[in-house]
Write a new protein. Structure first.
Length: 117
């Protein structure tokens, strides 16, 4: 019975990933494609971590799998935001921050609007 549950969990994780890949191939806009990154990073990783818990029990390997899943879930939003910002900058000609916007160009720079003109 335990092996059937593990197979179901892993099959669901693979199915979620395949559906997400097919969805990414279907849409044309890069902003829409970013939405298809979330299910494999969150749902599939959690299903795999649950499958490891079912197989291994309360062992260090199980907690490592759970930690990895939580890192993937947490980093997913950060990576998606950074990617969306990079797309916006790449597609906007002459992208310049608005006067007073706090966007550091270099580490030693102050705010963008602070330089004397």
């Amino acid at each position: 019975m335990k092996s059937v549950l593990i197979d179901v969990l892993l099959s669901a994780a693979v199915l979620i990933t395949v559906i997400s890949v097919l969805g990414m191939l279907r849409v044309r806009d890069p902003y829409q494609r970013m939405h298809y990154i979330a299910p494999p990073a969150s749902l599939s990783s959690l299903l795999i971590a649950i499958a490891v818990f079912v197989q291994q029990g309360l062992k260090p390997e199980s907690f490592k799998a759970l930690f990895t899943a939580f890192v993937l879930v947490g980093m997913n939003s950060i990576v998606t935001h950074a990617t969306a910002r990079a797309f916006r900058i790449a597609e906007t000609p002459n992208w310049d921050p608005v006067e007073g916007e706090e966007v550091p160009i270099h580490a030693d720079d102050e705010r963008v609007g602070d330089e004397k003109r």
